[in-house]
Design a protein around this ligand. Structure first.
Ligand SMILES: [Zn+2]
Length: 281
């Protein structure tokens, strides 16, 4: 196994068209992706040939968007069908309250998913709102990481009003810092370079060891020098490889990353070892 891609969306019609609706159409245009959706078969082949594992992310934004889910069962089924390639993270809709907590427990205990992925901008919520504390307590009790989208987003980008989405929810400060402080046994992954709040995210991760950063959704050639510097040094044990497939491909991401001059042992941690430890593989 060469790498673990910790941030992979199903590039299938269930996510790109049905679950994503008008929001995902904007994201695809933003990333200049115009091909038709692929199948799970196509994705399994791509990752198998690249000798990588892919963490597939479910999607539940029903309350905020009214769109159908990419369910935890869909992701678990993909993992069952391609166990040599896929791992899965659950999604729940935080606004569903006790139902969200019960669904998270089912997704991990029954379906075997290994983390929780949330998108505060699309799901329209503050992670540090006390109403959602039961979700974080459940993640900690289940011993799974919770991944939050951070920074700006391609979803809703490039149209008037950004499709009604509020970027404020993508600012990790203070929401993720509050969460990391209040739940020290909760493992948090801040997804993506957090532009325009990159320094805030780095400060949180440097200060709190229960915080990780994934490098997905952003071409490595555009990483800020500060992010690269921290990834090479202080944060080398908590930075994770991710692409945000289908918006970026693993080969494109890796080709650009390899021009940034990481030492082989640090590269190995970021591509593989940090996620392997985090996911207890
Ligand atoms: Zn993503």
């Amino acid at each position: 196994m060469r790498a673990i891609d910790i941030h992979v969306h199903p590039g299938t019609r269930e996510y790109l068209i049905e679950g994503g609706g008008k929001y995902m159409a904007d994201a695809l245009a933003y990333f200049h992706k115009h091909g038709p959706p692929v199948t799970l078969d196509d994705m399994a082949k791509l990752y198998r040939e690249a000798d990588m594992r892919a963490v597939l992310l479910a999607w539940d934004t029903e309350t905020a968007t009214g769109l159908p889910r990419v369910s935890n069962d869909f992701v678990a089924d993909a993992v069952r069908r391609y166990p040599d390639v896929f791992l899965g993270f659950a999604s729940v809709d935080p606004w569903k309250g006790k139902l969200a907590v019960a669904e998270l427990e089912r997704a991990v205990r029954v379906l075997g998913l290994r983390g929780l992925k949330l998108h505060p901008i699309v799901q329209a919520f503050w992670p540090n709102d006390r109403r959602f504390a039961p979700l974080w307590e459940t993640c900690a009790a289940l011993n799974i990481p919770v991944m939050f989208h951070t920074g700006t987003t391609g979803v809703g980008a490039g149209v008037p009003g950004g499709n009604g989405l509020h970027l404020k929810y993508g600012n990790p400060m203070p929401a993720l810092d509050d969460l990391a402080a209040d739940f020290p046994s909760l493992t948090i992954i801040g997804a993506h370079p957090s532009w325009p709040w990159q320094e805030e995210m780095l400060a949180i991760a440097v200060h709190k060891t229960n915080v990780y950063i994934d490098l997905s959704g952003w071409s490595p050639k555009y990483f800020s020098p500060t992010l690269v510097q921290y990834a090479k040094t202080l944060l080398q044990d908590r930075i994770l490889f991710g692409t945000d497939y289908p918006f970026l491909s693993p080969e494109q991401w890796l080709g650009e990353f390899d021009k940034l001059g990481f030492k082989p042992e640090v590269r190995e941690k970021i591509l593989l070892e940090n996620s392997r430890r985090l996911l207890r593989l």
